[in-house]
Design a protein around this ligand. Structure first.
Ligand code: PRX
Length: 631
């Protein structure tokens, strides 16, 4: 059984094998990794409760597979290359030998602060090497990492720390983001006023900001590293022990902590990386995501390192100091595989060709897209201007909950079609369902994207609330994992993912629940009620449109708008800032009190010609008022 597929025919035959006998298929793939004890049983599952367990009884440590396993042959090869936010700063790197040493030392620091297997460690950090090292250090000793994207507010950080009762927080003085410095430690101090579970905070200075260090709680990472040695045997973990928690938004309630486990996640992250990116020895691979999101977990750290790859960690943003930064880095490091998001592609496309014309991009072999549908114009620009028509463009569809890429081409081996993610990876049994939950057999039809058989890195639970996992993913359609996305298959069975069919907005590749944004809006003193919908946005994919009712004694004004935006920033973070706020006196509600979002979505899209049946509304006149209103 090949770990890495090398032709489309081979993909087809592997796919067949993987569905005919999934256990035998994954058994063979899993044997490519290092286990301290082999598993007794490959899979136990049912999607009702749900309960999914892979490689039962097996023992492993993912860091032995990411690092130790490569030391003999690749000890001096670069594992991670760090590229600063500041283009004038030298890039630094860690070889596999150095990474091993740093991870072991950091793991000993964690231990010296009382962190043990099963404890939760939260991260709120920029993209610096210490983030990668410390995440792996957690995995080394069996602590569960929960990385919070450092663009979230202190309130959002506190919510996540409390939900997982984290014992330790790892952070930095600040975050360099383009021309700005974000005061991370100050935000952390604010969050920790309300987080009694945190016993210690480790801090790495990287911004030169003045910070407060609370005696007995806060410790400087370099000082702590001085006190430990580099000997730290890896903790043998059960396949089904949790590896990490990662919070993500859904259509209802607060963000939930998606839990991934050690064995299955490892098997799938490594397998999918090898196949989608067709990584070859000595290639340089770059994924521009942040480790605060699943893409960074699976395809900056775990997937590449499991394959002994050289992976770039980039601290900066695509447009600083100018829109040529990505292409500078590709040229400088002779990047072979490049992986980014459509929102970045569209933003750079709008900046003009002068930013890449004098850059040598000829090292590129595979260029990838992730996070949202890539529209045809962006697809062609990426393919023609960046890939020069010579690269494999892989449009990779997946989710925090899936742990790894589900639909995608496999490097140059798969057919490419604009805006189509293509075929499922081996082992991934995707289907389209109709309204009633029946599988749509025919191609060229649209339906709800679901998966009918478990794959190794499927979500195991939502932290502390298994019922929620069941309700959100396994209750819509009996016997299926429901993705929340709508998709279509073409005449050849290639998938095109259209977008969310639930109340989730995908804004610049960031996933936000409309209810979550509404809850934040409602925290504002003058806001009586609000309804939030997504609308097509040329750069962000979807923009956030808020319809807001304010206290009748108040006058709608720019000041109120500004203070509403400030509330959102402090409740969630700048990523949830509405693009448009429209003040209204009422919302279109049915007699049962449900907001008819369909109507609001149409109005937000600017398509008011046919709003459909409004007769079930309590007060249809509100629709006229909203249609005629101003933003
Ligand atoms: O709607 C899909 C969209 O992003 C959602 C998952 O978001 P998140 O968990 O934050 O993970 C993003 C990175 C894996 C999906 O439900 N999505 C992701 N990739 C694509 C996509 N939509 C269309 N095409 C894609 N390639």
């Amino acid at each position: 059984m090949p770990f890495k597929i090398s032709s489309f025919e081979e993909y087809q035959s592997e796919y067949k094998k993987s569905t005919a006998n999934p256990e035998a298929f994954w058994d063979d793939i899993a044997k490519h990794y290092q286990w301290s004890k082999p598993w007794d049983k490959t899979l136990e599952w049912e999607f009702k409760t749900p309960k999914v367990k892979w490689f039962l009884g097996g023992k492993l440590n993912i860091t032995e597979n990411c690092i130790d396993r490569h030391l003999k042959d690749k000890g001096d090869q670069k594992a991670l290359i760090w590229e600063s936010n500041d283009p004038n700063e030298e890039s630094t790197s860690l070889t596999y030998n150095q990474l091993h040493q740093e991870v072991c030392k950091m793991a000993n620091v964690l231990k010296s602060h009382g962190i043990k297997k099963g404890d939760r460690v939260c991260f709120y950090m920029p993209m610096i090497l210490e983030l990668g090292i410390s995440v792996l250090a957690c995995a080394r000793i069996g602590a569960i990492h929960s990385v919070v994207f450092a663009g979230f507010s202190s309130k959002a950080l506190a919510d996540r720390i409390k939900d997982a009762s984290c014992k330790m927080l790892i952070t930095s003085d600040g975050i360099n983001r383009g021309g700005k410095k974000i005061p991370a430690k100050t935000l952390v101090d604010e969050a920790l006023k309300d987080c009694p579970s945190i016993e210690s905070v480790l801090v790495k200075r990287c911004c030169g900001l003045e910070i407060n260090m609370k005696a007995g709680r806060d410790f400087e990472i370099p000082v702590e590293l001085e006190k430990v040695n580099a000997d730290c045997p890896a903790e043998p973990m059960d396949s089904e022990d949790p590896l990490f928690i990662l919070y993500t938004s859904g259509s209802t309630g607060k963000p939930k902590g998606v839990v991934h486990t050690c064995g299955g996640y490892m098997v799938y992250a490594g397998y999918s990386f090898a196949n989608v990116f067709q990584y070859e020895n000595k290639d340089v691979y770059w994924c521009t995501a942040d480790i605060g999101w699943i893409t960074g977990h699976s395809y900056i750290l775990y997937g590449p390192l499991l394959n002994g790859a050289t992976s770039i960690m980039f601290e900066g943003i695509p447009t600083f100091p100018d829109a040529g930064r990505f292409w500078d880095v590709v040229d400088k490091h002779k990047v072979n595989q490049f992986y980014t998001a459509p929102t970045a592609i569209r933003a750079l496309m709008a900046c003009g060709d002068q930013h890449f014309e004098n850059k040598n991009l000829s090292s590129l072999k595979v260029i990838g897209s992730v996070g949202e549908p890539i529209n045809e114009e962006a697809w062609h620009w990426y393919n023609d201007k960046i890939g020069k028509g010579n690269c494999a463009l892989v449009d990779t569809w997946w989710q925090t909950e899936t742990g790894g890429i589900m639909l995608s081409g496999l490097g140059k081996h798969s057919p490419m079609k604009p805006s189509h993610a293509g075929y499922p990876l081996p082992g991934i049994q995707t289907v389209l369902l109709d309204q009633s939950g029946k599988e749509i057999e025919a191609n060229q039809q649209e339906g709800y994207l679901a998966v009918k058989f478990p794959w190794p890195s499927i979500i195991r639970t939502t932290y502390g609330d298994h019922e929620r996992c069941k309700n959100v993913y396994f209750s819509h359609y009996d016997g299926y994992y429901f993705t929340g996305d709508g998709a279509k298959r073409d005449e050849n069975g290639m998938y095109r993912v259209i977008g969310r069919v639930d109340d989730v907005i995908n804004c610049s590749g960031h996933r936000l629940g409309t209810a979550e944004v509404e809850d934040a809006l409602d925290e504002h003193e003058e806001v009586v009620e609000s309804a939030v919908v997504g609308y097509p946005h040329p750069i962000k994919g979807q923009g956030i449109y808020a319809f807001v009712i304010i206290d009748s004694k108040m006058q709608a004004s720019e000041e109120i708008k500004k203070s509403i935006i400030d509330t959102i920033i402090s409740e969630i973070g700048p990523i949830a800032k509405p693009d448009k706020i429209q003040f209204v006196s009422g919302l279109p509600k049915t007699r049962s009190g449900k907001i008819m979002r369909r109507i609001l979505r149409k109005i937000a899209e600017g398509d008011t010609s046919n709003l459909g049946d409004v007769s079930t509304l309590i007060d249809p006149t509100v629709v006229e008022e909203i249609k005629g209103g101003k933003v």
